[in-house]
Design a binder for this molecule. Structure first.
Ligand code: ADP
Ligand code: GN1
Ligand code: MG
Length: 374
């Protein structure tokens, strides 16, 4: 039996039966009543595997489904700026998309903007639930190829978007050198008393000197292109929609390409504990490269040449970020257990090492795919 609970604007249904359970059960988040949704909410469940925002799926009594998200304010100091970016970019994409389902559809709040601020000062947003699947690892070459098409197309469609109108939602997000500076400070401050346990990883930051983006064009990029930020059609397995637009900012194509490779062309999950399982899957590396180059025709010769470096730098950068957060006491990334960020950092470092071991092959693959374009 389900129990009715009272919301600000109506009745919703709590799934548990007794009072104790009610206190601990996920309630239907009151913020949903501030958005112009269809029907009354009947369920509200935690959803997805994102590391940053608090995401719920809300279903209503007339068969509609929505994503309700509380924006992470530790990560995004200015949620209004995030929503201004997301609003401008989705509108621009919608005007150019062949199919409206390709673009996230935000639901306005009762104040007319695309967010609601609750009494605690938390920012909420709501968008239509896009029915499809998100993958934590590619299940076939086609899945990964399709994700490359989606991210490449996303970047290509934004080629002429006025980059200077976008806010920098996380300052210096992919500035690897700055990430390393922050890492050094975290090591010095040692807030969580963990620095003594990570002596080996201190060496890792030296790789940051490889970062050289001066000759690369500044583009509007997604900046968080892991596979689970793409939604696939259940039946056709075509990529339907690019999700998670919070970090759409001026950036380099190498970051977008690199992050996809880091996550999807690895032989293990990003938090694999057994480092012998972690490495680069050169076949998937080739599959993604082919897809990205097919969708992203405007890549310059310099960008093409540096694609392998993009993959290595972004993996290294994330190793440094995970390790920094471990030292800080896990304030940024959601963790499932106390060592999680350390495990993630080590897995990324192993992936960097394996990329270095296969460097010539990675470069040959990129050169081969680039040559096919001519
Ligand atoms: P985070 O910044 O925490 O990663 P995301 O915006 O990526 O948050 O959302 C987390 C997960 O929720 C996504 O990986 C995806 O599985 C799911 N998701 C997000 N938006 C939608 C949507 N509009 N339709 C369906 N699923 C979604
Ligand atoms: C975060 O938000 P999510 O889970 O899609 C992070 C990325 C990292 C990724 C590692 C805004 O991505 O930069 O690469 O975790 N997003 C932000 O899994 O920091
Ligand atoms: Mg995400």
């Amino acid at each position: 039996m389900r129990i009715p609970i009272r919301l600000y604007g109506g009745i919703a249904w709590e799934k548990r039966e007794d009072d104790t359970a009610l206190k601990t059960a996920h309630r239907v988040e009151p913020a949903i009543t501030h958005f112009a949704i269809s029907g009354a909410p009947i369920t509200c469940e935690k959803y997805g595997h994102g590391h940053i925002n608090c995401t719920y799926q809300v279903k209503t009594d007339d068969g509609h489904a929505y994503i309700l998200q509380r924006i992470n304010r530790y990560v995004f100091a200015d949620p209004k700026a995030v929503m201004e970016n997301v609003g401008a970019v989705t509108q621009y994409l919608r005007e150019r998309a062949e199919d409206p389902h390709e673009v996230l559809n935000f639901i306005p709040a009762d104040t007319g903007v695309y967010y609601h601020i609750d009494e605690a000062g938390e920012y909420w947003r709501c968008y239509e639930f896009a029915d499809g699947i998100c993958l934590e690892a590619p299940e076939s070459d086609t899945d990964f190829y399709e994700s490359a098409i989606a991210f490449g197309r996303f970047q290509e469609m934004l080629r002429e978007f006025p980059a200077e109108t976008l806010h920098e939602t996380i300052p210096l997000f992919h500035n690897t050198t700055n990430r390393y500076r922050i890492f050094r400070k975290a090591l010095q401050d040692d807030l969580a008393g963990r620095a003594a346990g990570v002596p080996d990883e201190q060496e890792a930051g030296t790789l940051c000197s490889l970062l050289d983006s001066g000759e690369l064009p500044l583009r509007v990029t997604h900046n968080d292109t892991k596979l689970n930020n793409v939604l696939f059609d259940r039946r056709t397995r075509k990529a339907l929609c690019v999700l998670d637009l919070d970090t759409v900012m001026p950036g380099s194509s190498l970051y977008d390409y690199g992050d996809s490779i880091r996550f999807g062309a690895a032989t293990a999950a990003e938090d694999e504990k057994d480092l012998s399982k972690m490495g680069i899957n050169l076949h998937l590396f080739q599959v993604y490269t082919a897809g990205y180059l097919a969708a992203c025709k405007s890549l310059t010769p310099k960008e093409l040449e540096l694609l392998p470096l993009g993959a290595k730098i972004i993996t290294l950068e994330l190793a440094v970020r995970f390790l920094t957060d471990y030292l800080d006491g896990d304030r940024y990334f959601r963790v499932a257990y106390p060592e999680h960020n350390l495990v993630r950092a080590r897995a990324q470092m192993k992936l960097v090492a394996d990329m270095e071991a296969h460097w010539d092959e990675m470069q040959a693959i990129v050169a081969e795919e680039a040559a096919k374009r001519n």
